[in-house]
Ligand binder design. Structure first.
Ligand SMILES: *Cc1c(COP(=O)(O)O)cnc(C)c1O
Length: 373
């Protein structure tokens, strides 16, 4: 079945007890068991699992074509679980351009857990190969990357990982399962911040790990989630599930608007560079065109000048709103260097745009007036 159909129905069997078409939210934290803790209904306690989370997991696994999925309290909850599943003494390869808190996690926390990490330019396959160590257990990809919109060749990097006996993980947050399905290109694990496009309305937080095969790693991650406690709440699971229903429609519009806005920005004199993988001038365009069905609603620009000129641009928008996060229906703009704070690797003149579902003409008009001083 096509993805447009799957997003509408995944995890959507009518409620067996009432026939409700819209799934119920089960808020109960605890479930009846037998006198010697015999499992009677398949559920015990909300931190293990819950029927509403189950529906979302079924949906996410179906959309990515994975065998199973686990939902977490946030994208970072999923990120940390994936890293904690590694044994002490392992080595992980990260891309240089990666979500800021994933970078903080590997710099600040991995050493404490006895895990080595190195950061490479993941666009350079020779650099990825050179970074391999005998104990490399995981290659982390994020494509398109946050915030520089770099494209990693999922098939090529997954092949390098597999030759080395390591797992290949893709943070698929920017593309969503509608635009990119990393398992088709050889990845083993897919991560989402469902706070972003999957939820889609800037009103829920969650994360997800989808596994291509449901092996021992699933049990390990399930146990980790239960003990670390970063489990997705029933209400947040429900909101993400609700968001998924319109994901295909939204991604189509986000992609149309993203391309229109990127083209318009590329024409503006005040804009030095536009990073949008849908533009033929983008370094990763060819790879993106192979592994994505469209290019999404995220882009970033370098404003001519420096920090002040970029902040000045962001201060003049009227329709775009200055806020962090992304993937909601509304358009947002953000000066990443100030948002990421000390240690940021974002250029001082970079603005990241999350292009929403408004009419592209209105968005472009807003950016044009903001570009004028
Ligand atoms: C936001 C984001 C995350 C972290 O997700 P949270 O839900 O905020 O914890 C991870 N990866 C990418 C690419 C993101 O944009």
């Amino acid at each position: 079945m096509k993805i447009e159909t799957r997003v509408v129905h995944a995890g959507g069997t009518p409620d067996p007890s009432t026939g409700a078409i819209a799934p119920p939210i089960h808020l109960s934290t605890t479930f009846e068991h037998g006198p010697a803790t015999e499992d009677l209904h398949g559920y015990l306690y909300v931190r293990d699992k819950n029927p509403t989370q189950d529906r979302l997991e079924e949906a996410m696994a179906a959309l990515e074509d994975g065998e199973d999925a686990l939902v977490f309290a946030s994208g970072m909850g999923a990120t940390i679980a994936a890293l904690q599943a590694l044994e002490a003494g392992s080595h992980v390869i990260f891309p240089e351009d990666v979500y800021v808190h994933a970078r903080v996690a590997h710099r600040e926390f991995l050493p404490k857990w006895g895990i080595e990490a190195s950061a490479v330019d993941a666009r350079d396959l020779a650099a990825v190969r050179r970074a391999l160590r005998p104990n490399t257990k995981l290659i982390w990809m994020e494509t398109p990357s946050n915030p520089r919109m770099e494209i990693t060749d999922i098939a090529a990097v997954s092949a390098i990982a597999h030759e080395a006996g390591a797992l290949a993980l893709v943070d698929n947050t920017f593309a969503s399962p509608v635009l990119q399905r990393p398992f088709e290109h050889g990845a083993d694990l897919v991560l989402h911040s469902t706070t972003k496009y999957c939820g889609g309305h800037s009103d829920t937080q969650g994360g997800c790990l989808v596994l291509k095969t449901r092996g021992a790693l699933y049990d390990k991650l399930f146990h980790l989630r239960m003990i670390l406690g970063a489990v997705c709440s029933p209400f947040n699971s429900w909101l993400v599930l609700r968001g998924l229903r319109s994901l295909a429609c939204r991604m189509q519009r986000h992609s149309e608007n993203g391309l229109a806005v990127a083209r318009a920005l590329a024409e503006m004199e005040q804009v030095e560079t536009v990073f949008y993988p849908g533009l033929p001038t983008h370094r990763g365009h060819g790879i993106a065109a192979r592994q994505m069905s469209a290019f999404g609603g995220m882009l970033s620009i370098l404003v001519k000048g420096g920090w002040d000129e970029a902040v000045g641009f962001a201060s003049r928008v009227k329709l775009f709103q200055n806020a962090t996060s992304l993937g909601g229906v509304e358009s947002l703009i953000e000066h990443r260097a100030s948002a990421e704070g000390p240690g940021s690797t974002s250029p001082p003149n970079l603005l990241r745009l999350s292009v929403g579902l408004e009419h592209a003409d209105d968005l472009i008009a807003d950016l044009r007036q903001a570009a004028e001083r």
